[in-house]
Design a protein around this ligand. Structure first.
Ligand SMILES: C[S@@+](CC[C@H](N)C(=O)[O-])C[C@H]1O[C@@H](n2cnc3c(N)ncnc32)[C@H](O)[C@@H]1O
Length: 394
């Protein structure tokens, strides 16, 4: 299936199923649209905590298991399935200081390239571990562009220690100063550059006629005021993705630590418990509530509620005994986690639409493109890799 057809099908599927992925049960949204899916609801509500956790972290497993009760799941699965990643066992241990997981991602990213033969420019390079690995592996000069001066300094020390021809440059890629670093004969690469930053990379690389581009995108909602499609094809679509939609695309927690997951769940349960209190007080239970940072999970439900009352400037006195509301929060969470699996079933399709938009844009500009997963989702759920090349003009 070519990219244009795949994008059309993904876009149509998202349009016709908006009710299923544009509702947020954690914000107190009702799910009347699931009323006609009694079998699906029964299946979801009977799942154990372990099953929910496994399905939350694995798109194929989730889609395969709900497919008998929700026919759209089979279509989603066929549209999101790409070539599998090669099993990459890094040849070398990570260099000292490089986190193991990051090193494995870098090894997998590089392994997907048959060769890299042009000087590399790494977009939003952090400490430039990818630049250094490329420079070593292919004996090429590389430049990393990074806004954080501390990362720039640390990256230059790292490159120097490894005797590479790598320079990390202090550069805001959203500013005009970036133009001087992008040239036609370069290979522009990014591993996990966020939304607005990778859209900028593609626009600039195309404008400068860069011969080769490799992009593993992430966090589509970041560095963007309002998502605008890059491709002429998807610009014509009536579907406009909001920031919340883009957040749904990256809602996969299988790389989170156990403590982080527990803290997130506690805050979600308390949010739902607080909503229950609002409902009991006759206050609109869908009032927007701010998210509190993770450390609030270490306080207690009463302190959490008091903080929300202060932040939302709601005028009601909290009951002296909050046990019932807290318990209600936990049982609402139990239900919400199961219902939310329906929204989760669409997250990769939303991500695929964003990525296909980039691919179509590059194709429209004359690039030959490929799209594959470059690593297992346990290593990074942001595992899509676009490779684009301008055909030789001779
Ligand atoms: C998600 S990290 C990825 C870093 C690296 N590519 C990796 O995989 O480890 C994104 C990086 O983008 C950098 N960044 C954010 N905004 C930027 C900007 N406007 N210009 C250049 N770099 C930026 C951040 O400081 C951060 O190092």
């Amino acid at each position: 299936m070519n990219f244009a057809i795949r994008a059309t099908l993904v876009d149509e599927l998202l349009q016709t199923h908006q009710a299923y992925w544009r509702f947020n049960v954690y914000r107190g949204a009702h799910y009347q649209h699931l009323a006609k899916h009694a079998e699906l609801l029964r299946f979801l509500l009977a799942l154990s905590d372990e099953q929910v956790q496994a399905l939350q972290g694995d798109d194929s497993r989730l889609l395969n298991s709900i497919a008998p009760h929700f026919p759209a799941a089979a279509s989603i699965l066929s549209l999101i399935t790409l070539d599998s990643p090669p099993t990459v066992i890094p040849v070398h241990e990570p260099p000292p200081g490089v986190p193991g997981r990051k090193w494995q991602q870098i090894s997998a990213f590089i392994k997907c390239h048959t060769t890299i033969s042009r000087p590399a420019v790494e977009w939003c390079s952090g400490k430039g571990y990818l630049s250094t690995a490329i420079s070593q592996r292919f004996s090429l000069p590389a430049v990393g562009l990074e806004i954080d001066p501390q990362l720039v300094a640390a990256g230059n020390c790292f490159a120097y220690k490894h005797h590479t021809e790598v320079k990390i440059i202090d550069c805001d890629v959203l500013s005009d100063s970036v133009y001087q670093h992008i040239e036609e004969e370069q290979h522009v690469l990014a591993l996990h550059a966020c939304g607005g930053l990778h859209q900028r990379m593609l626009s600039l690389a195309v404008a400068q006629h860069c011969k080769q581009i490799s992009l593993a995108p992430c966090c589509y909602h970041r560095f963007i005021d309002e998502y605008a499609s890059l491709s002429a094809q998807l610009k014509l679509s009536p579907l406009h993705l909001t920031s919340d939609d883009l957040r749904t695309a990256v809602r996969q927690t299988n790389t989170a630590r156990k403590g982080e997951t527990q803290a997130r769940r506690t805050l979600q349960a308390w949010h739902l418990g607080f909503r229950e209190l609002l409902r009991q007080q006759g206050l609109a239970s869908h009032t927007p509530l701010p998210s509190l940072p993770q450390h609030w999970s270490k306080t207690g439900f009463a302190a959490f509620c008091q903080r929300l009352v202060t932040l939302t400037q709601l005028t009601f006195a909290l009951p002296s005994n909050l046990d019932a509301a807290e318990n209600a929060g936990w049982s609402l969470l139990h239900r919400a986690e199961r219902i939310d699996l329906v929204r989760m079933a669409f997250r990769r399709a939303i991500e695929m639409r964003c990525v296909l938009d980039s691919v179509l844009f590059l194709e429209e500009q004359g690039y030959r493109c490929s799209l594959a997963t470059f690593c297992r989702s346990e290593l990074s759920p942001r595992n899509l890799l676009i490779q684009a090349q301008l055909p030789r003009s001779d």
